[in-house]
Design a protein around this ligand. Structure first.
Ligand SMILES: [Zn+2]
Length: 121
């Protein structure tokens, strides 16, 4: 089985279905977690901070702390716990993901967010 976007081999059970296509985790997250509109600044600042000390915004730090304490945790729980909208979360999560601090996993068909180096199932 291969990701239909980047052609990476996917182990059985590790593929993600989206709009009838099978995607690897990276491509899937790009689809579901990336901001819908092009946001060059988010990508730029994420890339920029990679080579330097990682500095997170207050909101990103709160998301990371929550994921650390309660992850894997789904989108609704994160938004409810932090009082942020889905758009705000997706924007900050995209940055955390570019920094390789946070990732996602699938739990009972539900996407949950977790630490990058701690994929949990
Ligand atoms: Zn892929």
């Amino acid at each position: 089985m291969k990701c239909e976007t980047c052609l990476t081999a996917i182990s059985p059970g590790e593929g993600y279905e989206h709009s009838g296509r099978t995607l690897c985790e990276d491509c899937y997250l790009d689809v579901v977690a990336a901001p819908k509109t092009c946001d060059p600044w988010a990508v730029y600042s994420a890339k920029n901070t990679m080579s330097q000390e990682v500095t997170l915004t207050h909101e990103q730090q709160k998301i990371l702390d929550l994921i650390k304490a309660r992850g894997p945790i789904d989108l609704e729980q994160i938004c409810a716990a932090l009082g942020i909208t889905e758009e705000e979360f997706r924007r900050d999560f995209a940055t955390l993901r570019h920094m390789e601090l946070a990732g996602a996993c699938q739990k009972e068909g539900q996407i949950c967010f977790t630490l990058f180096d701690n994929p949990s199932d």
